[in-house]
Design a protein around this ligand. Structure first.
Ligand SMILES: Nc1ncnc2c1ncn2[C@@H]1O[C@H](COP(=O)(O)OP(=O)(O)OP(=O)(O)O)[C@@H](O)[C@H]1O
Ligand SMILES: [Mg+2]
Length: 287
């Protein structure tokens, strides 16, 4: 593992409403590291603590117990945590509900303005971020966000974070609720941004195909605990364990597992359709 991780979590515990009858221990004893430049996924069933975990990465939440360092800052320290929003961008689950400015331009400009850039630089950043999200600045800048479709509002919300050019970009279910074409388009745009800007990415997702296609390494949460961590291929090769946690492996890997169960000697650690096709072609050529 990289000696100098950009995010390091040590024995993190988080409790919502501590000391009240509503107390929830949402994370317990989590330790993990994310390397600079890595595309990291956090998966797990509903309520497993994914959103709670990633909200610690830009200092919105502070640990009840344990330590977290992000970009060298110790986030238990209020002063060090304060400036993290400039360097670590978090796009919340359903961010389209958080657009509150009168125009798309003002919404995307919110972050860069707070960072203290002058008007020209703010404009340059807003236009670039809208373009990076596949939106035409001339068409959408003056539109009130509520007039846009859900998918477009989502893109505007993401653009608002891209406009701050963060070192780490955290996306909590960015493509949830979009149709398959919309999902693919959004993830392609995100991947282009990642490559262009060289950012470290953390993706929270329920979509296993997406995790398989894009990410290098993954953490799997279950009831607030870290139950697996490893390369995406390693984790998805544990179909049985994932199933026991209520999770699936990507469809191509499911197919390989079924072929294996039927006695065919195929690799089960495939991640994509292309890899599955290759494996089936090999099987056919041998028979
Ligand atoms: N603001 C809150 N106050 C109290 N409990 C909360 C709060 N937010 C989350 N929880 C609880 O903490 C646990 C973890 O929730 P979290 O939202 O992190 O899960 P998640 O993995 O992101 O779920 P999902 O896949 O549904 O988004 C759950 O039991 C949830 O009910
Ligand atoms: Mg969540």
């Amino acid at each position: 593992m990289n000696n100098n991780p950009i995010i390091k979590v040590e024995n993190l515990t988080h409790i919502y409403s501590p000391g009240t009858p509503f107390q929830v221990v949402s994370l317990e004893g989590i330790s993990l590291e994310i390397a600079r430049g890595e595309f990291f996924a956090v998966i797990g069933s509903t309520g497993s603590g994914k959103s709670t975990l990633v909200q610690h990465f830009n200092g919105i939440l502070a640990p009840a117990k344990g330590k977290i360092w992000v970009c060298g800052a110790d986030i238990s320290d209020k002063r060090q945590r304060r400036d993290l929003w400039r360097r670590v961008g978090l796009v919340f689950q359903q961010p389209e509900q958080q657009l509150f400015e009168e125009t798309v331009f003002d919404d995307v400009a919110f972050g860069p303005r707070n960072m203290g850039f002058d008007q020209d630089e703010v404009k340059r950043r807003v236009e670039k971020a809208l373009q990076q999200m596949g939106l035409d600045p001339a068409t959408v800048s003056g539109v009130p966000p509520f007039r846009l479709s859900g998918g477009m509002r989502r893109k505007v919300a993401i653009a608002g974070v891209l406009a701050m050019t963060p070192e780490v970009l955290i996306l909590d279910e960015p493509a949830a609720g979009l149709d398959p074409q919309g999902r693919k388009q959004l993830m392609d745009l995100v991947e282009d941004f990642r490559r262009e800007e060289g950012v470290t990415m953390v993706l929270v997702t329920h979509n296993m195909e997406e995790a398989a296609l894009w990410t290098d390494r993954m953490a799997v949460l279950d009831k607030g605990r870290l139950v697996m961590e490893g390369s995406t291929r390693e984790v998805f090769n544990k179909a049985g364990e994932l199933r026991a946690l209520g999770l699936n492996v990507p469809a191509p890997a499911q197919l390989m597992c079924k072929l294996r169960a039927a006695g065919k000697q195929v690799r089960t650690d495939v991640l994509t359709n292309e890899e599955a096709v290759e494996e089936i072609a090999r099987l056919l050529s041998e028979t």
